[in-house]
Design a protein around this ligand. Sequence first.
Ligand code: CU
Length: 147
Amino acid sequence: MKHIFIMLAWLSPVLSLHGQTKSVELEGYDRMRYSKEEITVAPGTSVELTMKTISDIPKSQMAHNWVLLKKDTDVDAFVNLCDQYKDNDYIAPALTSKILAHTGMLGGGEQETITFKAPSEPGRYTYVCTFPGHYMAGMKGTLIVQE
Ligand code: CU
């Protein structure tokens, strides 16, 4: 009996981490796609997401970010306005309230790790790249929040 308690005490930090933190590795490609077009997490999960751009093209011509949007967002309008804010990494300051989490704009070989809390409300949340033309070409995906 004593041995069982020792085992549980040793395992408990591992078990709680497993339930609350999820690591996600994501890549962005020249063909304007993410390596994952669906990411599934439990509500309220702490997500540690690493985004990396794979490219040999200069950053001014090919870069990617990862922008997770609130459910009610008009995605086309969001991306269209972001197009105009090159100096702000293609994030429209007027629309930051629509963003749940995002990385910076990453050129070839660059990567960034961000940590955010997944929404507590189950559902489908769109993520996009706001580099001009990329979303329209298909650089998007869905964060699926479910139990
Ligand atoms: Cu992109």
